[in-house]
Design a binder for this molecule. Sequence first.
Ligand code: ZN
Length: 685
Amino acid sequence: MKSAWSDRDAEAAIAAYAPSGVPRDLALRIYSTRLLGRDPKLVLHGGGNTSLKTRLRDLAGDGVDVLCVKGSGWDMGTIEPAGLPAVRLAPLLKLRARDALSDEDMVRVQRANLIDPASPNPSVETLLHAFLPHAVVDHTHSTAILSIVDQANSRELCDEVYNGRIGFVPYVMPGFALAKAAADVFDKNPKVEGLILDKHGLFSFGKDARESYERTVELVTRAEERIAKNRKSVFVSAQLPQAAMPLADVAPILRGACALADEASEGAWRRLILDFRTSDQILNFVNGAEIARYANAGVVTPDHTIRTKNWPLVVTAPDAARPADTAQNIRAAAQAFIGNYRAYFARQNARAGNTKKMLDPLPRIALVPGVGLFGLSRSKKDAALVADLAEVAIESITDAEAIGRYQPISEADMFDMEYWSLEQAKLGGAKELPLAGQVSVVTGAGGAIGAATAKAFVIAGAEVVLLDIDENAAKKSASAIKGALAFGCDVTDAKAVQAAFDKIAAHFGGVDIVVSNAGAAWTGRIGEVSDEVLRKSFELNFFAHQNVAQAATRIMLAQGIGGCLLFNVSKASVNPGPDFGPYALPKAATFALVRQYALDYGKDGIRANGVNADRIRSGLLTADFLTERSKARGVSEKEYMSGNLLQREVTADDVAQAFVAQALALKTTGSIVTVDGGNIGAALR
Ligand code: ZN
């Protein structure tokens, strides 16, 4: 590992923060925290922490010795001064004399001594930072160091690599006990440049930011040199099928297998979103004949447990030639994982006095020989974060196996960490949104109704895919939606639709809700209209709905956890207007399509519903058309738009809300909802 320290950048940081009153040492502390946080081989996603001992003025203006330590919820790579809350140092130091301190009391003392009471909670490793005398302390979970400490003979390896330059702290769970143990090890040899925390990571320290940072770099480099030496080649590959199943076919099977039926609400599932990764290193790992041993040994550092769980789901290699067997194998492996997790919880909870409540037993990492790895979580963002952690874990375990045999903390230690209240607090207790974990697809997303619908589904917690024949229009509608997938797709082309749904399955793992919305109006007196116009309209206003529903149904069946097909049917399907035959006829067929899907797939838990909307300002109802119509009827545009029983204009948002309501109505299928402000002529009978 090379030092990324630059005097120029360091000075620039000092200059940038000076106007807001940030002192030089704190500015440098921020600069080096970012250097460390930017390297995924050192820390990832809020992992690791850093501190600075300095003197600041409290709110009353008095000078006070403080520890500025990373606050909960901040990422080292992007930290700002507010992410290093200042805590009075003296009260923290006093705690060292205690024999024990509960986690709750530790948090209380830390919070009570914040200089600014509005600060985030100081890191759970605050006391460890406080008890070391150095001005600057850095804590990382370097993958290279983890390869060395996750071994049965980790102490001897550290002696060999560091030759007395570091102190070795046997594994203790983070918190007060670890802080005391680490300080005791340091006191025995105050000349050391750092502390290795067995099965956990590295603490390095120094008189200033640069010294501590460069010691981290140096100590990590020694570990890298050791794992490059006398390597045995890993891993010997298992026998794999001749042809691996394509990602787009594997992902929905896996996603369905890793969903849990909601006991409180029949038809509801706890679903996860997938994030896929593959590379030579990942394939080398997942294809190994001994994967069951090294992949299931446990987490590389206890910090990962809350996001990744202690073990991944390992499945047998999917075989393109035997899709039914593959699906059965994956489902059996997922069931076994869930069973093992429940047994692990019961066993460890009994040891811990039956005080804990079980988290969901679903896997968070899935390893698929011949294919790659998946991160699984309740959102795409979290799934990607889990996949990042899985990638560094694979690197660490591969190197550990190359120089010895991977052996992390015990099952009991992992449980204590997974169910530690302070770790659970990091995930936050926020109530989940009603469509969390679901993937929704909206066609015609470039138009007003499509854009409003995509937005409404995101607000309800779903991941969203926006499709439109005009890729730029889809992207424009998606621009305000973080994490949305948007691309061009001609829904009248069955092959293009199939390819689009493959892409969606590969990206999110599958599909739960489809809003088949794309449409356009053609007109003509039915006895005189050209065959070409009528057929064109049927292609978009009927066959495209069938293409989309068919492609979605295929994925939903592979998942085996139901789904929801929603169609923009239109009022014209039951209440056509003069000369609107070319539009109304295919829409009437689409009305029948809704019922046919409801009928044929109800037993699979797939619901099919539609919305009959009328008079929405959109591409269909152009401004010119609106002017012409209102003129013809001798009313203002506003009067025309609200020409319904309620005398209210119906908007794209009203239609979007109807789709969301239908997605949530788990006991409703074959239903058409009118969103037209009231129109007796269009009422269903
Ligand atoms: Zn740590």
